[in-house]
Design a protein around this ligand. Sequence first.
Ligand code: NAD
Length: 482
Amino acid sequence: MPFDYAPAPESRAIVDIKASYGLFIGGEFTDATDGTPFKTISPSSEEVLAEVSEAGPSDVDRAVKAARRAYTGVWGRLAPAERGKYLYRIARIVQERARELAVLESLDNGKPIRESRDVDVPTAAAHFFYYAGWADKLDYAGLGPAPRPLGVAGQIIPWNFPLLMLSWKIAPALAAGNTVVLKPAETTPLTALLFAEICQQADLPPGVVNIVTGAGETGRALVEHPDVDKVAFTGSTEVGKAIARAIAGTPKKATLELGGKAANIVFDDAPIDQAVEGIVNGIFFNQGHVCCAGSRLLVQENVYDEVLDSLRRRLGTLRLGDPLDKNTDIGAINSAAQLARIRELSDVGESEGAQRWSPPCELPEHGFWFPPTLFTGAGQSSRIAQEEIFGPVLTVLTFRTPEEAVAKANNTPYGLSAGVWTEKGSRILWMAGRLRAGVVWANTFNRFDPTSPFGGYKESGFGREGGRQGLAAYLTRGGPGA
Ligand code: NAD
């Protein structure tokens, strides 16, 4: 039996959520001129948190113009070390306001406070610290002497890690000397708007960072704006393809960080208890709303029963509920639309003949919830083994030999990440060389560090974020006469 825990709710008093928010353009909050405001809600309670402006094409145009003015003006003239100081300042303020950011993220997104507090916000601050250090060392980025910024970057992010994805986008862009217009996802705009306040607090020159809120149409206006030099997108493969089509034939540069269907591969010599923790972290962290989630478990056949028994026992101890409770392991699904998609694909899994299992789990009455779920007996070509579910749903497959594990792991249109659990170092290297995935974790999963590049193969996109490689996406090669 799992322990009973007394409720340990984090206070939301630290956050001052305004009734309504404008757009952040040229260093100021301003009303939208041509959009219809929309509401952002808490997915765990369906409570309306705030009304947010929708930026129409003329608002996007104002934001891009503000970014251009800053680029050709004050930001472009600033010495690189001075740019770095602004990034350090932002990093420090993110740390100082960490609790506020974490509570706001959990309210708007539905993720457990333990994750927003211990992963999202500290890793976001770490990205600003890391790229602050690069601002005056760009000659060593591997792009020749004196590489140059690209100009104005249009950046579009998803709802699963709102503040963290913002930091992955804004920190390298600014360190390299660009200015940005960023659009957060429509269901999670609040931490980006708090970040706008942080930019004001840091005295960042007006127009260096602009935040426009809205849904797909706002994103499209940003992508298609003729004065945007670079599009950086994280989101679904479907929208990524639409963006690639929209900018084809233009001089715009692009990085696309898209979906995934990662294999988490457990060999019979793996430490099983540790592997089970890694499997749980791989797919149930952030309710499985993770592009690199280990959503396909590949278990070597001779340890299948042992792994599955242990996994089922462990899932029985996960606590689902209030995201602001510090004991919560699994929070709310981000939106009604995402919940409908998870339900639909899970039903398809059953109708295709796979067996579905969840631990006994009481779901709260209000809000959007889905229990941790396992599917066994699924065919390799079934939709739950091929499509990204983006929820707390794990599809379990088996293999006998390392060759078979590699063939099955690579049998997907995606190629973002993979995990390998084995005691043998030589096998880890053998597997890593053959897995078509941008990141391969060994005896761990979902580890992030700003120094390490992250990105995909195949339909998971192109370009890398993080590390020295992440700078290349915001710079053009320098050299004599550049
Ligand atoms: P989505 O593609 O629907 O939306 C992502 C963003 O794009 C949102 O801000 C949305 O408003 C905007 N958008 C929608 N239509 C647009 C258009 N036509 N033009 C421009 N912008 C548009 O994805 P989502 O449901 O928000 O996020 C989930 C997806 O993101 C998953 O597929 C996940 O794997 C992926 N993801 C990838 C990474 C990565 O680094 N590879 C990281 C996180 C999430």
